[in-house]
Design a binder for this molecule. Structure first.
Ligand SMILES: *[C@@H]1O[C@H](CO)[C@@H](O)[C@H](O)[C@H]1NC(C)=O
Ligand SMILES: *[C@@H]1O[C@H](CO)[C@@H](O)[C@H](O)[C@H]1NC(C)=O
Ligand SMILES: *[C@@H]1O[C@H](CO)[C@@H](O)[C@H](O)[C@H]1NC(C)=O
Ligand SMILES: *[C@@H]1O[C@H](CO)[C@@H](O)[C@H](O)[C@H]1NC(C)=O
Ligand SMILES: *[C@@H]1O[C@H](CO)[C@@H](O)[C@H](O)[C@H]1NC(C)=O
Ligand SMILES: *[C@@H]1O[C@H](CO)[C@@H](O)[C@H](O)[C@H]1NC(C)=O
Length: 307
């Protein structure tokens, strides 16, 4: 009886927690120098992550042994630099497959919140000198990665206008989106970007529902991942959560690791795995409300099957 129930339980549980993987998924890498083993979690086992970025122009030492075909590096020109073009050309000369680059992280934001605080005119001047030559050689370019606020839109429009007043059409092959907030807001923001820049593919390179309850945060994660996977014009996405919950600056429930460095449910789902039951911040041993509920369902299902 006991054995029979647990067998049924297992079958029902694996059915209910269908895994979803996606080739669009990548890693916003937030290195953990204190616990370097955390850095390897994203590339272990059956992880479905296909690419990463680290806000820099050099691949992360933690991934020096990864091949480009299983975990592609996407460099970023964080803020104006006179050596970007040559750095990228050196990576390519050394055999790295650099097919895409990203540019200017949150130029409309301050450095206190991770922004690069660059004027549209300065970015345009630097883009024309450093990014256009790479594009001419076939490297695909991401538009400046502005914040999700209205100020981001204004900045981006000024940037393209500044290029034109300097005699060049700065051409972006994809538009990166940053979003912190709920799903309705995210979908509306994506709609606005598509309406403003038709025919351009989109990458969502930082996103999460910040400062919300765990059920809300998980529901947002699932709904948004399914949405990205359905939309043809979303080429890639990277969830902002590759850190432990105790160091999260967007609320603990967003994190893909708990305080012990174990994958949370969202962390495991993002890598294509099953729920772990590890709660953000928790010890990792607790059973969630959902799994208690699942247990009840399974016992009932098991009972019905027995009948
Ligand atoms: C999220 O999706 C996973 C399957 O990928 C499922 O097991 C889980 O119940 C879902 N959670 C929520 C809150 O929708
Ligand atoms: C990469 O491989 C070398 C040689 O096997 C090893 O010594 C090194 O620790 C590896 N680096 C990482 C970050 O795994
Ligand atoms: C380089 O990466 C892109 C994907 O970003 C892929 O389409 C292409 O085939 C790769 N090229 C080589 C030579 O591996
Ligand atoms: C920029 O694009 C516009 C519209 O497509 C075109 O008319 C103009 O000639 C282009 N300018 C340059 C410098 O390529
Ligand atoms: C969209 O792109 C396709 C293929 O590159 C092109 O034929 C079409 O004219 C573009 N449409 C707009 C509105 O730019
Ligand atoms: C969100 O949470 C972070 C960290 O927990 C906190 O610093 C921040 O003030 C919170 N923001 C809001 C809008 O509640």
């Amino acid at each position: 009886m006991h054995l029979k129930t647990s067998t049924l339980l297992l079958a029902a549980a694996s059915f209910t927690t269908a895994q979803t993987t996606s080739s669009k998924r990548g890693l916003v890498f937030v290195p953990n120098p204190k616990h370097p083993t955390d850095n390897q979690i994203w590339v272990e086992g059956a992880s479905d992550l296909t690419w990463y970025y680290n806000y820099a122009t050099a691949p992360s030492p933690a991934y020096q042994n990864r091949t480009q075909s299983d975990f592609q590096y996407v460099p970023m020109l964080f803020s104006p630099s006179s050596t970007f073009q040559s750095e990228i050309e050196t990576l390519i000369t050394n055999g790295r497959n650099i097919s895409h680059v990203m540019t200017y992280n949150e130029p409309d934001g301050e450095s206190s919140t991770g922004g690069s605080s660059v004027s549209p005119v300065d970015a345009a001047t630097n883009w024309i000198a450093q990014v256009e030559p790479l594009r001419a050689k076939g490297v695909k370019t991401g538009a400046p990665a502005v914040t999700g606020g209205e100020g981001g839109f204004t900045w981006l429009k000024s940037f393209f206008a500044a290029c034109q007043s300097q005699g060049t059409n700065c051409t972006a092959d994809f538009i990166p989106i940053h979003w912190y907030g709920n799903f309705a807001g995210l979908a509306s923001h994506i709609g606005e970007v598509v309406a403003t820049y038709p025919n351009t593919s989109i990458w969502i390179t930082e996103y999460a529902l910040n400062n919300a309850t765990l059920p809300e945060t998980q529901d947002f994660y699932n709904t948004s991942a399914q949405y990205y996977d359905r939309l043809d014009y979303v080429d890639r996405y990277s969830y902002f959560g590759s850190f432990r919950s105790d160091v999260s600056n967007v609320g603990p429930n967003v994190a893909m690791l708990n305080n012990k460095g174990e994958l949370t449910d969202i962390g495991s789902w993002y890598l294509g795995g099953k729920a772990t039951g590890n709660k953000p911040g928790g010890s990792g041993a607790g059973r969630t409300v959902q799994s208690s509920w699942l247990l009840v369902v399974c016992v009932v299902v098991g009972f019905l099957i027995t009948l």
